[in-house]
Design a protein around this ligand. Structure first.
Ligand code: AMP
Ligand code: GLY
Length: 416
């Protein structure tokens, strides 16, 4: 089969690596891909949002299955357009991807379907939003309604901070369209974890729980990032909690979407927080998480292409997981998530034992691989247990990376 992966990050490299293991795969194409993806797949320089270009390419290369990494093309209607063109794509249509694309929609949907989540209200009027904040007090969470590349959530410790966030979004239009409406939420406390599932209509097949580390620096200090590392499985999440989340969050969401005429096909990601009142939903994503995918897929025993095909065919893919742990530590460009320099040369990378490298912001040049993004790569490793996997990932970094142009957190998976 010919498979087409849309995206350019670590998540997509991880999907391509896993797909390459499949006996059913003839060719893997990627658009636009990155320096690591191009070692395995044929990369074509088409932007993720150039849907006409992607459809045209998929037709020419006789693509049997297309898989989408990032959220933007989903909200731009890539699945709808592929379906109209008679092509198979494992991705939600636009109206189903709204579960990620509009926090306001997602909250109303959770409320309608009695899912455990933070109490909230939504506003388009700044004065009313501020009144609500004053009444509720701090801490309180302000979220831009639309896609904001992970920057649209402010966990405000004071009323003043929450009010400035509202001003930023509703008055100064700092998030343009995405911030025309805001969700204001009760601030929850607890350990977070994410549970992703392969979903087609009302069929839901959960993966293993993972945990990412969003803050830039050690001990969860510094600004939020796209994710500085992750590990799986998150063993502190009990089997009872997993059954609860599968039944009362993922299955309920799939059923509710199908009932409301927005059946979901693709990866449904539940971002959860373990509160004293039980697990609650923080957010839904309509795609594989990044960097969670990079530590979950290496533990999957199944042929990933077969899983996609089975799920699309209404069959149980019978997911099997290795009895191991996997840790991934992100190597980032100095300055990230603020401004940073691209084009820094990466050293020759030697792989040993169970360690692996997933490229994120990298590019191949005549002179070798250079950095091309804030998050450059993820050093990953599998191990018999979490500490073994973690030590292995860190040993690889210590032995291979000595450039002052990059940094990484030293505490990924170490304080659990
Ligand atoms: P989101 O983009 O919705 O995943 O939010 C980003 C991060 O903000 C989450 O991973 C949480 O750490 C934090 N967050 C979001 N909503 C809440 C909430 N209601 N209470 C506490 N923290 C939250
Ligand atoms: N790791 C969180 C996300 O993919 O949105």
């Amino acid at each position: 089969m010919n498979v087409f992966v849309i995206g350019r990050g670590g998540r997509e490299h991880s999907m391509v690596m896993k797909l390459a293991e499949s006996v059913k795969v003839d060719n893997i194409y990627a658009a636009p891909g990155n320096g690591g993806i191009s070692d395995i797949a044929k990369c074509v320089g088409i932007d993720e949002l150039d849907i006409d270009g992607l459809i045209d390419f998929a037709g020419k290369k006789k693509i049997d299955l297309t898989i989408v990494g990032p959220e933007n093309p989903l909200l731009a209607g890539i699945a709808d357009r592929f379906h109209e063109a008679g092509m198979t794509i494992f991705a939600p249509e636009k109206n189903a991807a709204l579960i990620e694309g509009s926090k306001r929609y997602a909250k109303a949907f959770m409320e309608e379907n009695s899912m455990p989540t933070a109490a909230y209200a939504s506003f388009t009027d700044a004065d009313k939003a501020k009144c609500y904040i004053k009444k509720q007090g701090a801490p309180i969470v302000v979220k831009a309604d639309g896609l904001a590349a992970g920057k649209g959530v402010i966990v405000a410790q004071t009323v003043q901070e929450a009010i400035s966030a509202v001003d930023n979004m509703l008055v100064k239009n700092a998030f343009s369209e995405a911030g025309r409406s805001v969700v204001i939420e009760e601030c929850l406390n607890g350990e977070e974890f994410s549970l992703m599932a392969f979903v087609h209509g009302t069929n839901v097949f959960p993966m293993i729980p993972a945990r990412d580390h969003k803050r830039a620096y050690d001990e969860d200090c510094g600004p939020n990032t796209g994710g500085m590392g992750a590990y799986a499985p998150a063993r502190d999440v009990s089997p009872e909690t997993l059954s609860f989340v599968t039944e009362h969050v993922l299955q309920k969401a799939a059923d509710g979407m199908a009932e409301s005429g927005r059946p979901f096909t693709g990866i449904l990601y539940a971002g959860m927080i373990m509160t004293n009142d039980g697990p609650k939903v923080i957010e839904f994503n309509a795609r594989f998480g990044d960097p969670e995918t990079q530590v979950v897929l290496p533990l999957l025993e199944n042929d990933l292409l077969q899983v996609f095909l089975d799920v699309l065919d209404g069959k149980d893919p019978c997911l099997q997981w290795k009895d191991q742990s996997c840790t991934g530590v992100v190597l980032a460009s100095k300055g990230y998530p603020g401004s940073y320099q691209n084009g820094v040369k990466l050293p020759e990378m030697h792989m040993e034992g169970s360690s692996f490298v997933v490229h994120a912001g990298t590019r191949k040049t005549k002179h070798g691989i250079v950095s091309d993004g804030g998050r450059v790569l993820l050093a990953g490793a599998k191990g018999a247990n979490l500490s073994e996997a973690t030590e292995c990932a860190y040993n690889w970094l210590a032995q291979n990376i000595d450039s002052k142009e990059f940094f990484y957190r030293k505490d990924i998976a170490r304080y659990q």
